[in-house]
Design a protein around this ligand. Structure first.
Ligand code: BGC
Length: 724
């Protein structure tokens, strides 16, 4: 339909019909206007798969046999692949299943920045770095939207903590907003062409983000040209007139008094008495119709989706394989030789844990989920005895998150907790048993970390410490088996400093979907060469991380982001603070040797001889890279931009490109990068745009943020202003 046709459709609607389209008539659905052939619009969570069905008017799972779906790697896990193709493929599976289950908009991906290791929802977000977040979100969105369904990028903006998420007021500089917190949203709109954006619960400078005129009208709509649906988070609208007069289009909430939603009867009244204009309401309707039109919900043929396609399992295995990050392999104990194993001991709760049905709204009823224990057995095939030891007592309550945020959620915590004495006794037994099992094992693997009682919506972690006394268990076990392989499964950083120096084989990964356990086993046995990279710095201790050392976390009514632009590695790098593991770190079983990085600069346009054209800058770099080891493997070259001198304070260097390729043993390939004026810019608060100053810059080709291998200098002659 043309824009005019959509306009005329809108004109035909009664006020009641329009009102029905802008608020929930069920928990995840708006009203249809059958008379005019406009269907209801259906949402589903996201982002790790399509969420199981809930009753229309109660947070009561339907527990259907067809609830089971593909369980994708979490957004953090996906970002650790540094593989944009995998982001696209995962998004595509998600889109197909969203459509296959009859939904119109999937509530993901999450692109908020990892500001503190403590944020409960870090696992739903990609990274501490805006460039990496944007680079992964764009193909993911494209993948989703290929199936005639809409993505919904969340949470716009500044949802970087769960403590007081419903009303905390974020105070952050305009520069940090535009350099750190908004670029992934900007890319999602401008490059990913997302059709959906979700407003966040929190406030920004005293105003709720979901009806923030500056964020939503000024930036999102006017400057970025967004014409899709801006939906509230469930319950993030707080005022009919304020929100009615801002370009937020749908009011979704968590209660079943649908007619009382701000955009239901109260909005109808406000339109009738002129406090919200009909033009404003029509704007909302047009945004919704725009999306319905693009999804072929109004006419034409809508693509069919699918559910649980067999090929999805294969693709998600590949994705899971690349999420796994090898942090240390000092004694080259990995990969393990399957043939030499007669007894393998697996210790720790995450060896035997499934994570899909947890975390809050990101919960998934997975078609299947392979635990590490399952994965190991699948590959060992009975030729080796696999002994599982819990090692320590863990109590997982699953849906406990609901109590801390939206009280309407069902509390499934009726699992009896043991007394402190009982837990102590159990822990003693578990440890003794684990120690005994270890003695004669050919290999010992500890698989610990966190679970969705910690990485969870609605609350933040209290500390970065490993729960359930894992530090003590690890230290005790390392005494018996100094060769113990340690794997941490966690959606956010954990403190490992107590035993880090003694552990010489260490892996790390976030919740990585239904094939996670098999992928893990394949990496351990060398069927897959690990290639994951940390999408977020692992600080040695919480105090080392910038939100806690320079800024505030979690604040009170207000939280001040005083660390400003020095988020994540931008802080560690610039301030010379050594983390446990740097952003971008991740080893391989093979060795890669970096050749010489060369760069070429092309500046065109500007004013010459009185003739002016828009200036443009293009920088290309190229680097030969050799797999110098004897195993095939993939490697990511990271390109950081570093101003050699600057009149403006800048982070030491910033990620502005990366390239991942697979190299056979002995093979050499060319790794390239392409940069424009935006890549060299900072945000200028006075001029309200990104600015690239003339001067000398270095492009650093790196294996990790703290491991730069080859540098090329470029000279930029002109100045560039880039609209924000
Ligand atoms: C979460 C959103 C989610 C929504 C619907 C909210 O509590 O913050 O991310 O999409 O609920 O379940």
């Amino acid at each position: 339909m043309t824009h005019e046709e959509l306009q005329s459709l809108c004109e035909k609607m009664t006020l009641d019909e329009k009102i029905g389209m802008v608020h929930g008539a069920a928990l995840f659905k708006t009203k249809a206007v059958e008379r005019l052939g406009i269907p209801a619009f259906t949402y589903s969570d996201g982002p790790m798969g399509v969420r199981p069905e809930y009753e229309d008017n109660a947070w009561m799972p339907k527990n259907l046999s067809d609830d089971y779906t593909s369980y994708l790697p979490s957004n953090t896990a996906l970002a650790s692949t540094f593989n944009t193709e995998l982001a696209y493929e995962s998004g595509k599976i998600l889109g197909e299943e969203t459509r296959g289950r009859g939904k119109d908009m999937i509530l993901g991906p999450g692109v908020n920045i990892h500001r503190s290791p403590l944020c409960g929802r870090n696992f739903e977000y990609m990274s501490e770095d805006p460039y990496l977040s944007a680079s992964m979100a764009v193909p993911y969105i494209k993948g989703v939207q290929e199936s005639d369904v809409s993505a919904c990028v969340k949470h716009f903006a500044l949802n970087n903590q769960e403590t007081r998420r419903n009303d905390v007021d974020v105070h952050v500089s305009e520069r940090a907003l535009f350099e750190i917190y908004l670029p992934a949203f900007r890319a999602a709109v401008r490059e990913g062409h997302t059709m959906g954006i979700m407003g966040s619960y929190n406030k920004f400078m005293g105003i709720y983000c979901s009806h923030h005129p500056y964020l939503i009208d000024e930036i999102l709509h006017k400057e970025w040209g967004f014409e899709g649906i801006t939906v509230s988070d469930w319950g993030s609208i707080h005022d009919t007139v304020e929100a009615g007069n801002v370009g937020i289009d749908a009011d979704m909430r968590v209660t079943d008094n649908f007619d009382e939603y701000y955009f239901a009867n109260p909005l109808k009244k406000a339109v009738e008495d002129g406090r919200v204009s009909m033009e404003m309401l029509d704007e909302k309707i047009i945004h919704i119709l725009n999306v319905m039109n693009s999804l072929h919900m109004l006419d034409g043929e809508r693509k069919a989706g699918t559910c649980n396609a067999p090929s999805s399992g294969e693709k998600l295995l590949k994705a899971a394989e690349e999420t796994i990050i090898l942090l240390k392999n000092e004694k080259k104990l990995l990969p393990l030789d399957k043939k030499k194993l007669k007894k393998l001991v697996v210790i720790g709760d995450n060896g035997n844990r499934m994570h899909a049905l947890g975390g809050g709204s990101a919960e998934i009823r997975a078609l299947y989920e392979l635990s590490p224990l399952m994965g190991l057995k699948m590959l060992l095939g009975g030729n080796c005895k696999v002994v599982y030891e819990p090692g320590y007592y863990t109590r997982v309550t699953g849906h406990a998150w609901g109590r801390d945020s939206n009280s309407q959620w069902i509390d499934f915590t009726a699992i009896k907790e043991l007394t402190a004495e009982e837990i102590e006794e159990l822990n003693r037994k578990y440890l003794e048993s684990a120690k005994a099992s270890c003695q004669d094992a050919d290999a010992v693997i500890f698989i610990g970390g966190l679970n969705h009682d910690h990485d969870v919506e609605g609350k933040d972690k209290n500390s970065m410490n490993l729960p359930a006394g894992q530090d003590k268990v690890i230290k005790e076990l390392l005494k018996v088996r100094p060769d113990m392989i340690i794997a941490m499964v966690a959606g956010s950083p954990v403190d490992m400093h107590e035993w880090l120096d003694d552990a010489h084989t260490l892996l790390y990964y976030s919740y990585n979907g239904m094939q996670g356990g098999l992928a893990f086993a394949k990496v351990l046995f060398g069927d897959v060469n690990p290639s994951g990279k940390l999408p977020t710095t692992l600080p040695l201790t919480l105090e080392d991380s910038p939100a806690h050392s320079l800024g505030e976390f979690p604040g009170n009514d207000i939280v001040n982001y005083d660390e400003d632009i020095y988020v994540g590695y931008r802080y560690f790098d610039t301030y010379g603070v050594k983390p446990a593991f740097a952003f971008g770190h991740g080893l391989s079983y093979t060795e890669f040797s970096f050749g010489e990085l060369t760069a070429s600069v092309k500046e065109t346009g500007g004013c010459e001889n009185g003739i002016c054209t828009i200036p443009s800058l293009s920088v290309r770099v190229s680097l030969p890279m050799t797999n110098a080891g004897d195993r095939d493997g993939a490697v990511t070259v990271q390109f950081y931009v570093k101003p050699v001198e600057s009149s403006v304070k800048r982070p030491l260097k910033e990620l502005k490109g990366f390239n991942k390729q697979f190299l056979k043993a002995g093979e050499t390939k060319e790794f390239t990068g392409k940069f424009d004026a935006y890549s060299f810019s900072y945000y200028d608060e006075e001029r309200k745009c990104y600015v690239t100053l003339p001067g000398t810059y270095e492009i650093c080709a790196a294996f990790a943020c703290d491991d730069v291998r080859s540098v090329a200098r470029v000279q930029i002659e002109k100045e560039y202003d880039i609209s924000r």
